[in-house]
Design a protein around this ligand. Structure first.
Ligand SMILES: Nc1ncnc2c1ncn2[C@@H]1O[C@H](COP(=O)(O)OP(=O)(O)OP(=O)(O)O)[C@@H](O)[C@H]1O
Ligand SMILES: [Mg+2]
Length: 376
């Protein structure tokens, strides 16, 4: 798929901007702070309903405005669709498809698919497990948009179970009447059911992604691998994750039973996909804590290129976004990466100076300056 038009109102630094887009490569070039990343961030938002830079919507709304609107015309094969998202921080966001009456924002997922690589992705390798869980879950949702529902069900079940545990912890501390724990059993089953579904998808994803990530790392940093992806489950140290959804359910239920006493003491859920991690290995060592800066950076890029490969292989080709990528690479790696991505259906690149964009990626260029986006 590709985006044929992007239109923003009160999004980040833009009061209004209209950007016609073509398939193939488009480069946004301009000095620091001029609004290049803001443009591609908006495209990414359409695909994930979130920003790759911030965890809440508030910073996405232009200072002084009270809501932002992202609109895009999207073409997939013969089909064109218009999508519109209105961001209302503190209130529910709104969405429309083809100017029809409102749909849930979640219904927009799957129309725009992106793989976005940005400097922030270094956190995939160096950051907390939450970064890697988000990486997995966003990719799961790109593969299968209905997983957005499973993810939000899981969040909801987790929240309610934690509330229950917290009140159990309080009751215990204050020597009150101990609570009826059969309610907790019911929430264990909910958590186990939804959690197993999420886990099954993550495990399947990792198995599919592993060879692609290893290959991509070899492309970005020849001879530097191998890389290995390994799921770290909270069900217990050294416990291999089960293979089927039913077995994963049983595993979760058993693990919950084991930690229940601790959970009631601490008032939080200690087992489940929200406590898991993806272990990134490089030449037999964990990348986190061992890999050099350049290696970590190549690793993060390899994970994104592998995601791109995976989504392309499964049909609907995503838009590839490379935010500020080329400046970090030496001339040889720059050319390699450019050759790798040049045939993509749509590639959006940002760079501070023209010379950072490799010649192979000659496409449309826009100059971005003080919120003006002009074709050059
Ligand atoms: N909510 C907002 N309201 C108004 N301005 C904003 C808002 N959020 C960010 N900005 C402004 O947008 C600019 C950053 O834009 P952006 O991140 O797109 O820059 P860039 O062109 O990618 O720069 P760099 O080359 O440094 O990455 C900053 O000057 C920032 O002050
Ligand atoms: Mg930027």
């Amino acid at each position: 798929m590709h985006v044929t038009h992007l239109s923003l109102a009160d999004f980040r630094s833009y009061a209004r901007v209209e950007v016609p887009l073509d398939p193939g490569v488009t480069a946004f070039v301009g000095a620091n702070g001029q609004g290049k990343t803001n443009l591609v961030e908006a495209v990414g938002y359409l695909a994930t309903l979130g920003s790759h830079r911030v965890s809440s919507d508030a910073p996405l709304v232009r200072m002084g405005a009270d809501r932002a609107v992202i609109r895009a015309a999207v073409t997939q094969g013969e089909r064109s669709q218009l999508i519109e998202l209105e961001l209302n921080p503190g209130k529910a966001n709104r969405a429309r498809i083809n100017r029809s009456s409102q749909v849930r924002p979640r219904d927009v997922l799957g129309i725009v698919r992106t793989v976005l690589f940005a400097p922030e992705d270094l956190a995939l390798v160096k950051g907390d497990p939450g970064e890697r869980r988000r990486f997995l879950d966003e990719l799961i949702t790109a593969r299968s948009p209905r997983m957005a529902g499973v993810r939000s069900d899981y969040e909801r079940v987790l929240k309610q179970r934690n509330t229950l545990l917290k009140s159990a912890a309080m009751a215990r501390r204050h020597g009150g009447r101990s609570m009826d724990l059969s309610t907790l059993d019911v929430w264990d089953q909910h958590l186990g059911r939804v959690g197993a579904e999420l886990l099954a998808q993550r495990l399947d994803l990792i198995a599919t992604l592993q060879p692609l990530a290893d290959k991509a790392y070899g492309d970005v940093a020849p001879g530097g691998g191998p890389v290995t992806l390994e799921y770290r489950s909270s069900v217990g140290a050294g416990v291999e994750p089960a293979r089927t959804r039913d077995a994963l359910y049983e595993q979760l239920i058993a693990a919950l039973a084991e930690v229940r006493k601790q959970e009631i003491e601490r008032g939080v859920t200690l087992v489940g996909p929200h406590r898991d991690d993806l272990l990134l290995g490089l030449r037999g060592m964990p990348a986190k804590g061992y890999a050099s800066h350049g290696e970590s950076w190549s690793y993060a890029l390899a994970l994104r290129l592998a995601s791109y490969d995976l989504l392309r292989g499964e049909g609907n080709e995503p838009v590839l976004v490379l935010d500020d990528v080329f400046a970090e690479l030496d001339a040889r790696r720059r050319e390699r990466l450019a050759e790798l991505v040049a045939p993509g259906e749509q590639v959006l690149v940002t760079a501070a100076v023209d010379d950072d964009v490799p010649g192979v990626l000659a496409g449309r260029r826009y100059a971005v300056s003080a919120g003006e986006v002009e074709r050059v």
